[in-house]
Design a protein around this ligand. Structure first.
Ligand code: PEP
Ligand code: MG
Length: 587
């Protein structure tokens, strides 16, 4: 019987393939006494690990040099010197010999001493050298443990990526065409890595503990991301069963694709707008394929992640945005200013080491604290808008918590518009500017906000996280992350009503907008614009065509009046069973 594990399926699909294991958590080191006859073999094992590490550092150096130029090769040269430095290597061998202990333990001891020495140095930049020593030590330890670290960017054949943690900054560097599926020990349904995978149609399972260890011992694994099931070295019958399910899923997907030209209109003639969320400019092709009526959210921070460690120049911004706007012609594009921070590259871009980054310097706060980066981006946005018809380009600010922040951002755009005009650029007098509503305070103040902004987009991924105090990327509390919470429904209803009262468009760009169970409620609440990862659009379109607007209004009223998320879930599952079955959607 094959071994299996269960996690949470967060991006649908089936995958069968060879696992590639990527572990980043600290490696625990045990002290193991060895026999005197094992000492020489242990020293050889250590030397081999050093050689492997040096080879890997060399490969990374070459890759960095080719991709980013010679100046980035220096760091790898320093790492090579550390790995082969006699003042590091010899003491490790001595400890193995004198104390008759395993190489991991001996390495750990010497690294500890070196780090303490660096920490005692008076100059901060010298003290920082300890990070290099720790980095090299980690690579040697992983080579001793037989782990394959940091080799992800040259995945050269189709594989299932298994990892303890996979931050979006790492995910965005991966060759997605080589990834059959992701199986992760950490993560959640709206973690950014999940969102990226979903837009590429890659199945994902998160929160399966013990996964890396089991995968390291397996030649093949099978993922059923509908059920959250991972099978290691599956028997032929299991492979056949998974393959059948995959075929069924693909057939259903093709049927939905065939419906892409049909309007997203309810049975009683109520039309909604389906927009696309994209993280990378080339996803525009997907948005077009699925017939999106524009880009409702371009997460511009991914441009920074892609270019890290370099920062995008005004020209880089302009070129990326121009490509998107041109390719989605004639539809509008909403570009969100960089929402870095939180879990998205804060450390790499701004050197942040906040204890609680999700409540820290992220979104608009980070934009304000880095006025030069922000200015560069805003200049590019205003110039871009000037190249197209008024209204085609819209600027959106992330993590707005109240009117003051929006007013400051708007003022900056106005000032920059004047400067650009004075420099001779052709710019529009004003560019539509909107706020993400994803902080509960902004939702509560939606009436006031709606009076001043040109549009609102509800970011439920964060709104749920902050309202329910549930980290969206933490698998331990993923079961508490519930869009069906009546508190969330009521907040959304308040924002939609505020937009309607002021006559401004309100869209939703959180993952909730694509959740088949929630779409009828959102429709009934009065939401008209749904922005989602392009892969989700066909299901939502097919579902909307099954619904009646009048009935949805009634359904939403009842759901909002309920007392618990569970009541709402049970109610919706019962009420929507027929509509969901018609389009063969499992929720
Ligand atoms: C959101 O919070 O819902 C959102 C769309 O923004 P992001 O997922 O990028 O935080
Ligand atoms: Mg957000």
């Amino acid at each position: 019987m094959s071994k299996s594990l269960t996690g949470l399926g967060v991006s649908p699909g089936i995958a069968i393939g060879e696992p590639v294991v990527h572990e980043t958590r600290p490696i625990a080191t045990l002290r193991i006494t060895i026999g005197s006859d094992q000492v020489e073999a242990e020293i050889r094992r250590f030397s081999t690990a050093v050689t492997t590490t040096v080879d890997r550092i060399w490969e990374n150096r070459e890759r960095a040099r080719l991709q980013m130029g010679d100046e980035y090769a220096g760091i790898f040269e320093a790492h090579q010197l550390i790995a082969t430095d006699p003042s590091f290597v010899e003491p490790v061998k001595k400890i193995i010999r004198d104390e008759r202990v395993n190489a991991e333990w001996a390495t750990d001891q010497v690294v500890g001493e070196l780090v303490a020495r660096f920490e005692a140095l008076p100059h901060a930049h010298l003290a920082d050298r300890k990070l290099d020593v720790l980095d090299v030590a980690r690579q040697i330890l992983s080579a001793l443990h037989g782990l394959d670290l940091g080799q992800l960017d040259h995945l050269d054949r189709p594989s299932i990526l298994v990892a303890d943690d996979l931050p979006p900054s790492k995910a965005v560097q991966l060759p997605m065409d080589k990834i059959l599926g992701f199986a992760l020990e950490t993560g959640g349904p709206t973690a950014h890595t999940t969102i990226i995978a979903r837009s590429f149609g890659i199945p994902v399972i998160v929160g399966a503990q013990g996964l890396c260890k089991a995968a390291r011992q397996s030649r093949q694994i099978a993922l059923d991301a509908f059920e959250g099931k991972i099978v290691f070295d599956p028997e032929p019958a299991v492979v056949a069963e998974f393959q059948n399910r995959q075929t069924e899923y693909q057939e259903q997907h093709s049927k939905l694709l065939a419906m892409r030209a049909m309007p997203s209109v309810t049975r009683d003639g109520h039309e909604i707008t389906l927009l696309a969320n994209i993280d990378l400019p080339n996803e525009v092709e997907l948005a077009r394929q699925w017939n999106a009526a524009g880009i409702g959210l371009y997460r511009s921070e991914f441009l920074y992640m892609k270019m890290s460690p370099n920062l995008p120049s005004e020209k880089d911004h302009l070129e990326a945005y121009r490509e998107i706007t041109t390719r989605i012609d004639p539809f509008p594009v909403t570009i969100r200013t960089f929402d870095l921070g939180g879990k998205k590259l804060a450390r790499e871009v701004i050197g942040s080491t906040e204890a609680n980054p999700v409540l820290g310097l992220r979104g608009i706060r980070l934009c304000f604290s880095q006025p030069d980066f922000f200015r560069t981006q805003l200049r590019a946005l205003v110039r871009l808008a000037g190249e197209f018809q008024p209204g085609r380009v819209r600027i959106m600010f992330p993590l707005i918590s109240g009117l003051e922040e929006f007013r400051i951002a708007r003022l900056l755009v106005k000032k920059i518009t004047g400067e650009l005009r004075a420099e001779g650029h052709e710019v529009h007098d004003s560019v539509p500017m909107g706020a993400m509503v994803e902080v509960p305070a902004a939702a509560i103040m939606a009436n006031e906000l709606a009076r001043e902004v040109d549009f609102i987009s509800i970011g439920t991924n964060d709104l749920i996280q902050y309202s329910l105090a549930v980290d969206r990327a933490n698998e331990l509390v993923a079961h508490l992350y519930r869009p069906t919470s009546p508190a969330i429904l009521r907040l959304i209803a308040k924002v939609v009503a505020a937009g309607a009262a002021e006559g401004i468009p309100v869209s939703m760009c959180g993952e909730m907008a694509a959740d088949p169970l929630m779409v009828p409620v959102l429709l009934g609440i009065g939401l008209r614009q749904f922005s989602m990862n392009p892969q989700a659009a066909p299901v939502v379109r097919a579902l909307v065509r099954q619904l009646s607007y009048r009935e949805s209004v009634h359904l939403a009223r009842q759901a909002c009046a309920m007392s618990t998320a569970r009541d709402v879930e049970e109610f919706l599952l019962e009420k929507l069973a027929i509509s969901l079955a018609k389009i063969k959607i499992r929720v």
